[in-house]
Write a protein that binds this ligand. Structure first.
Ligand code: ZN
Length: 114
């Protein structure tokens, strides 16, 4: 009788998702959900943060850190995870709202508070 869990059985509580930045698995509540949408003014495809996880449609998950955000951008993980078609060169998809959301969460100890 085996009692030890193998490396594939991670006993994380609750749902587990994979971060599209660092590709590590983590509890869903530790990750930020993002969804695809369109900019209300320009109509361009935009990735929106969905911290409540309630937005309809396909979503992707990542750690709400600038490190994982940068990795996801560099790997073009957003359009891939969200099944979005992109123009030549991978342009056309804005992830600025996610960047701003992550930046707001990240407290910079060197920044002065006004
Ligand atoms: Zn990550």
């Amino acid at each position: 009788m085996k009692s030890s869990a193998g490396p594939d059985a991670s006993p994380l509580p609750g749902p587990v998702r994979t971060c599209i930045g660092c590709r590590q698995r983590a509890a869903k509540r530790e990750l930020l959900r993002v969804t695809a949408g369109s900019d209300p003014t320009t109509g361009q495809p935009v990735v929106w943060p969905d911290p409540g996880g309630a937005a309809p449609g396909r979503g992707a998950h990542l750690h709400p850190t600038s490190g994982c955000y940068d990795l996801a951008v560099r790997r073009r993980a957003f359009p891939r995870a969200l099944r979005l078609a992109q123009g030549p060169g991978g342009q056309g998809l804005s992830t600025a709202p996610v960047s701003e959301y992550v930046a707001a969460l990240t407290i910079d100890p060197t920044a002065s508070i006004n």
